[in-house]
Design a protein around this ligand. Structure first.
Ligand code: GLA
Length: 748
């Protein structure tokens, strides 16, 4: 049993392989949080809570005349609202009588086998049959507002998930104005927050900041999880690094707006909360009705970030991703977007398919522009009917012809959007989100469909069903290219407009659920102007997400580096594109572009007809390398070998779980004259084993005259201990962005 209740001490203890989490039902039904961290034996940890009379921190009525107990200082599982805790809080409510308060007391708890499910929302699932659920019910006895605090326990994975179900057991309607999924008090320590900020075409840049007494907020008000922040943060001990120190991870399984806050209070105790964005939010909760929050995936590592990342990588692969392509090898694709943009015909696509087949590429993905009157990004969204001016042979024939060349066929859609210049808009102007009397804000000249309306979701499902059901389409790129503004649904009453943003996401998830259930063999790749919805919610439906619209391999290094803290490489859509790069104008070798894209789902996004014979030969070679190392890259353990601020080179490595092989990758981003030599200490090897270095490519900028001049003892076998403790020193790098892949294989 991973969850233990001690009747005498009134403690509920959650044990995972390496962590312990505990709460205590204190006198008067106060639900205290006593501990979350490295594994302890499970005794009553409430000795850590010392209660003193603290001036200006008031006392609940029940403890009178004592002044020692205060909500303002007590570590709690899910603090109340407006009743004496002045720190950040997970819930806010407007009661029917106008009062703004909720004061929760423990009612009961239940321990059940298996993992809870969340109505209408994606969430993690139990893949081995050993997960358990703890449900702790707390209640505000005045209003009747009742909350089931849900905890999903994955013992071997060291993961605890959290969510809440809020029920109105009173007899009058309340309005929830904040409904976060979790709160966590960490009374001791000095902490940093690592978060992943960005912008379009430069997502998930890593930033580490120390947590002082200002409240820090990470979030999105855009109706998407966003380019600008990611719903994943790490709270790390000041001294923690890749291999040492305590750190907590919090990842929201949600693709809309979110909020994560951290507050170090007056006594230096840290409180963390995470869940739905509360700006523009208000949920009318009628008597008897229930509101369900999305889920947060939490873990704790006492061995630094690498272990924490490995936990998330494993968990996303095994407990979030699902469907045929969860583990099956995904086809190496070529996408026509950067090859043609909107300017293509069936003939042009077939020419790309011919070239691609010749290179060993396995799937052609037809991107934006194949439907409606879509010759630019000003028209056509919503009209999901093939444009026969461009695809003269028709979609079915095009797919058949591509298949006949030995390639699978994939297609792009952006179902949630509508152009005013579309037949759909002309027929249903009320289906777009817009506020009465206001001209709506446009992004890329498009508006957002009102996904709160079941008839909109039905229309989209019918269109997608028609396209997928009548053609041999094996992949869908599901795009979503704008933030939500003018959030108002003509279908909802005035007093429910605060529900639109969340109901929008429920509509999107309903559509995704229907499509992935009815077309289980179709590989879905999430996308949102690149990586604006790179989150665990989307990953429940699509095992990979287009990481960024920036395909410049040097920027991609940082984007993929930041993404790797929470998400495995198998989720990161990455393509080799043309040089000079279309976003930055930078030139890089096809080799460097291949090395970077291989640490992702791997594919191409260029016109192969424009390539030199030399580059084509290199592509054939890199496809072979990717296939050879596929298991190691996709299923191996991923190690970051460089620090957040490194500006000379970036290095990362894969090691198989059984430590029998490793692949080292290096890109020099800022070549130095007369350089400091790069020495890399490998990780995750067997110290006693002997490894053979069998594939030092030894070229592409590492083969310069400086290498031949080096006096060096040539050595090709090493013990794991040597590679991990003394490392391997690379030859002098020269030229623009040299890149290297070195393979190590255990020979004894
Ligand atoms: C978004 C995507 C791109 C491409 C275009 C098409 O920007 O991120 O990859 O599909 O839309 O319009």
């Amino acid at each position: 049993m991973a969850i233990l209740y001690n009747e005498e001490r009134k403690t509920i203890t959650i044990q995972t392989a390496n962590t312990t989490y505990q709460m205590r039902i204190a006198p008067h039904g106060f639900l205290q949080h006593t501990y979350y961290g490295k594994h302890v034996n499970g005794e009553d940890m409430s000795y850590l809570i010392l209660n003193y009379d603290r001036a200006c921190s008031g006392n609940p009525d029940e403890v009178y005349p004592s002044r020692n107990i205060s909500f303002d200082t007590m570590p709690q599982e899910y603090p109340g609202y407006g009743v004496g805790d002045f720190r950040i809080r997970p819930i806010a409510v407007r009661n029917a009588d106008g009062s703004r308060g909720a004061d929760f007391r423990y009612v009961k708890h239940e321990i059940t086998k298996g993992k809870y499910k969340l109505e209408g929302l994606p969430s993690s699932y139990d893949s081995k049959g050993d997960a358990e659920t703890l449900t702790v019910t707390i209640k505000d006895h005045v209003s009747g507002l009742t909350i089931d605090l849900l905890y999903g326990i994955f013992p071997d994975e060291d993961v605890i998930t959290r969510a809440v179900r809020i029920r109105n057991e009173g007899d009058s309607t309340a309005v929830l104005t904040r409904t976060l999924s979790m709160s966590l008090d960490i009374p001791y320590g000095k902490w940093d927050m690592i978060h992943f900020h960005g912008k379009h075409a430069l997502e998930r840049q890593t930033e580490r900041e120390s947590l002082g007494h200002l409240i820090k907020t990470v979030g999105s008000t855009r109706g998407t999880s966003s380019h600008q922040e990611n719903p994943f943060v790490i709270i790390a001990d000041h001294k923690a690094d890749e291999d040492h120190g305590a750190c907590y991870g919090m990842m929201l399984v949600y693709s809309g707006g979110f909020k994560m806050q951290a507050e170090v209070d007056q006594f230096d105790s840290l409180r963390l909360v995470m869940g739905l964005q509360d700006e523009q939010f208000g949920w009318k909760l009628e008597p008897g009705s229930v509101f369900t929050s999305p889920e947060v995936i939490m873990t704790f590592s006492d061995e630094g970030f690498t272990k924490l990342s490995h936990t998330y990588h494993w968990f996303i692969r095994h407990n979030i991703n699902r469907g045929k392509y969860q583990f099956a090898r995904r086809p190496i694709l070529i996408n026509n977007w950067e090859a043609t943009y909107f300017d293509f015909t069936d003939e042009k696509l077939l020419a790309i398919a011919d070239e691609a087949a010749d290179l060993g590429i396995e799937m052609l993905v037809l991107d934006d522009g194949w439907f409606g009157d879509r010759n630019s990004d000003n028209a056509g969204l919503g009209d999901w009917y093939v444009n026969e001016d461009k695809i003269k042979c028709g979609l079915t024939s095009l797919v058949e012809q591509v298949n006949a060349k030995g390639l699978k066929f994939g297609i792009w859609i952006e179902p949630e959007m509508i152009n005013e210049d579309s037949d759909l808009y002309r027929k249903h102007p009320g289906w777009a989100l817009k506020m009465p009397g206001r001209r709506p804000n446009r992004t890329r000249n498009q508006l957002v469909l009102d996904m709160t309306r079941p008839e909109v979701v039905d229309y989209l499902y019918e269109r997608v069903e028609d396209i997928l059901g009548n053609n041999n389409i094996e992949y869908v790129k599901w795009d979503m290219n704008r933030s939500l503004s003018d959030v108002y649904s003509a279908a909802l009453p005035t007093d429910r407009q605060g529900e639109v943003l969340h109901r929008y996401m429920l509509g999107v998830y309903d559509l995704m659920e229907r499509i992935t259930t009815n077309f289980p063999d179709v590989l879905v790749e999430g996308c949102s102007g690149g990586g604006a919805r790179f989150d665990a919610g989307i990953l429940c439906y699509s095992p990979q997400i287009w990481c960024s619209d920036d395909t410049d391999p040097i920027h991609r290094l940082n984007i993929q580096y930041g993404t790797s803290f929470g998400y495995p490489v198998s989720t990161m859509g990455a393509h080799v594109s043309a040089s000079p790069n279309h976003q930055t104008g930078r030139s890089t070798s096809i080799h460097t572009r291949g090395v970077v894209a291989m640490s992702g789902t791997f594919g191409y996004e260029l016109d192969p007809g424009k390539l030199s014979e030399e580059d084509k030969a290199e592509i054939r070679e890199q496809i072979g390398i990717f296939k050879k190392y596929y298991d190691l890259i996709q299923n191996g353990l991923y190690y970051r070998l460089t620090e957040i601020k490194e500006d000379y080179f970036e290095a990362w490595q894969f090691a198989s779980a059984d430590k029998s092989e490793a692949l080292l990758n290096v890109v020099v981003t800022n070549t130095q004259p007369n350089p400091t030599l790069i020495n890399l200490k490998l990780k995750g090897l067997d110290p006693d084993a002997v490894y053979e270095m069998i594939n030092e490519t030894g070229k592409h900028g590492f083969e310069s005259k400086y290498v031949s001049q080096a006096e060096r003892v040539v050595k090709t076998t090493f013990t794991g201990e040597t590679l991990m403790n003394a490392g391997y020193t690379l030859p002098w790098a020269f030229g623009d962005y040299p890149a290297l892949q070195i393979y190590f294989r255990k020979i004894k």
